[in-house]
Design a protein. Structure first.
Length: 102
């Protein structure tokens, strides 16, 4: 299991006010099992939200975001986490075993 910081959309979803609702985000801690991660990609839209000031004030302009897709049986989920794809992938792959040539 690995601990990451996830960006969560907490906007009140009222169908009548969908276009006028103010988008709200918060940060929370998430624990993910590395074995269930099936894809890692850059979450490009979140950099723009950060520059517009829509994300929490805890984040700085230099932060980047990664979309992690997990698959557990029939359930696939996408989590937006703080960190570049390279850094997140490095934290997921802590496998110290190496295949010896022989």
């Amino acid at each position: 299991m690995i601990r990451l910081v996830e960006v969560v959309n907490i906007t009140d979803h009222n169908p009548r006010m969908e276009r006028t609702a103010k988008v709200k985000f918060t940060l929370r801690e998430i624990w993910l099992n590395e074995e269930y991660v099936v894809s890692i990609r850059e979450a490009t839209g979140y950099k723009k939200l950060l520059s517009e000031g829509r994300l929490p004030a805890d984040l700085e302009g230099a932060h980047s975001f990664t979309a992690l897709t997990t698959n557990n049986g029939n359930v696939s989920e996408t989590h937006i986490v703080v960190g570049s794809p390279g850094v997140v992938a490095g934290r997921l792959n802590k496998n110290t075993h190496q295949l010896l040539k022989g």
